[in-house]
Every structure is written in C-alpha cells, then in structure tokens.
Design a protein around this ligand. Structure first.
Ligand code: GDP
Ligand code: MG
Ligand code: K
Length: 272
C-alpha cells in the first residue's frame, strides 16, 4: 500500500512523517525535478510506504512543488492520502484539502496541533467536520505522538475499502456551480480515459492549468465551449475565473468552520 502525505508548510508534516516511519526513511528526488522526495515504511503496518509530498498551499501549476504534488497523485495513484492540517490555522489549510478532495482518492484528514487548540481553550467538533467534508477526520498531535495509531488505522481501512470522499460539490448553485458542471460534462470522457476525476480536471481547466488541459486532448469545439462557459461565469459572478474559484472554496470553508470550530476568547480577539 502506498500512502501520500500532503499538507501546507509548517503543518507538522515532517514531525508526522517521522512518527509514522521512525528512522526507516529514504531520501531522493521526484523524477525530473530537484524537489526532495522522502519515502518511508510505516512502522505499524506491513508493506505500507508513505511518500512525503512537498509542503504547498494550493494545487496550481506555478511551482515545481505544486506540480510534483499534482502529478504524484494523478500518475502514481496512491492508495490513500493523509492530509495533515494545522488546526490552529484551519481556514488557510483547508484550501488545499478541498482540492485534494476533488482529486477523488481515498483520504483522511489528520487534524494536527490539537494540543495547541486545546491549550488555547478552543474545541473542534470532529464528527461534524468529518460529515461536512465527507472524509474521516482524526485529531492528532504529531509532536506529542497523540492520535497517530488511530490515524493509521483509519487511513489503512479507508484505503483498503477504496472509500472515496463523499462530497463532490462545494457549492450547490450559482454561476460557479453551473460552470464547473458544464465543463465537467464537456471533458468527462477525456478525463476518465486518463483516470482523472472530471470535476478536478474541470476546476484546473477553469483556473488555466494549460499542462493538464493539454493532456486531455480536447478538440477546438470543446475548448470553445469551455471558454464560453467560463466567460459567462466571470460575467455573472463579476469576478475573474481564479478569484471566482477561490471565493467558492473560501465560502465553503467559512461555512464548515462556523459549524465546527469554537475558538477561545483569546484567539478570537487575536484574529480581529
Ligand atoms: P512541516 O513544515 O509541515 O514539515 O512542519 P514541521 O514538522 O517541521 O513542524 C513545524 C513546527 O510545528 C515545528 O516547530 C514542530 O515542532 C511543530 N509541531 C508539529 N506538530 C505539532 C503538534 O502536534 N503540536 C504542536 N504544538 N506543535 C507541533
Ligand atoms: Mg517539513
Ligand atoms: K505551532
């Protein structure tokens, strides 16, 4: 079983990777680039390898780290993704989470730094967050070695069951919803032929990922229909394509956090 460990910089990825693998690590590079690739055997599980993906904030085609992450997941098809999230900085961290969910790979969210959240007097409704995101969520503290066993159990079970994220849509109506839906429909056959989630491919095409668009081998007519649909969305939403997609994700994240995160008085005042 191959697992990928994905998350923002400073989310505790290295700390968790070390907990999972102990000293059982190999360091190399991802193929063709100078991005370091650390691989390790998960201590608690037979024949289970975890690959440490670079720390990134979004899956866009703008840096080697972002491209490596996208391509590792699309091309290597890991059996599961452990998405580590800094619970003290949850809104920002969940931006990547939504894009990973769109890729439709069995996935578990490791909600890290829970010791700090608790220490600040905050709480997070884990069950509710799991329901809202449509993936298992496990609270952990990588630095204190808390929750790691449960995380591994949940990840192995989710991967063995090939359980995909239950949520597909992050907005249920409106111009962005209609545009993603229309583009997904146009590219569906091309994406499925490559084993890529049509919805993920659609969001990346809308955001101007030319490399991924090229791989889908769309014809001129299809490209024209897509551009028409995106321009219509920009007009209706009065935002450019990238801003519209970002707003859609942040609105969903805001809603999830409003329903699940209780901040301490101190951190509420701090964030004002
Ligand atoms: P990476 O950039 O994602 O690889 O993050 P690191 O593993 O280097 O961790 C970033 C910082 O967060 C380090 O100072 C860690 O000691 C700290 N850290 C990691 N996990 C936890 C945790 O569960 N709780 C707390 N309080 N700090 C943590
Ligand atoms: Mg690191
Ligand atoms: K910290």
């Amino acid at each position: 079983m191959i697992l990928a460990l994905a998350g923002n910089q400073n989310s505790g990825k290295t700390t968790l990777f070390n907990q999972l693998t102990g000293s059982n690590q190999r360091v190399g590079n991802f193929p063709g680039v100078t991005v370091e690739q650390k691989t390790g055997a998960v201590r608690a599980v037979k024949n289970c390898t975890v690959v440490d993906l670079p720390g990134i904030y979004s899956i866009r085609p703008y840096s080697a780290e972002e491209i490596v992450t996208r391509d590792f997941i699309l091309n290597q098809r890991p059996d599961g993704i452990i998405n580590i999230v800094d619970a003290t900085n949850i809104e920002r961290n969940l931006y990547l989470t939504l894009q990973l969910i769109e890729m439709r790979v069995p996935m578990v969210l490791a909600l890290n730094m829970m010791d700090e959240v608790r220490g600040n007097g905050g709480t997070i409704d884990i069950a509710k967050m799991s329901e809202e995101l449509g993936i298992p969520v496990v609270p952990i503290s990588a630095a204190k070695n808390e929750g790691i066993d449960e995380l591994v159990d949940k990840m192995v079970k989710t991967a063995k069951d090939k359980a995909l994220p239950r949520r597909i849509d992050f907005c249920e109506s409106g111009p962005v919803h209609r545009c993603i839906h229309a583009v997904s429909h146009i590219i569906e056959d091309h994406a499925e032929k490559l084993g890529i989630s049509p919805r993920f491919a659609a969001t990346k095409i809308i955001e101007g990922d030319e490399d991924l668009t090229g791989r889908l081998e769309l014809d001129g007519n299809e490209l024209e229909m897509i551009e028409h649909s995106v321009v219509e969305m920009e007009t209706e939403q009065d935002l450019d394509r990238n801003a519209a997609m970002a707003e859609m994700r942040y609105q969903f994240i805001e809603k999830v956090c409003a329903r699940t995160v209780v901040r301490s008085r101190e951190s509420r005042e701090h964030s004002r």
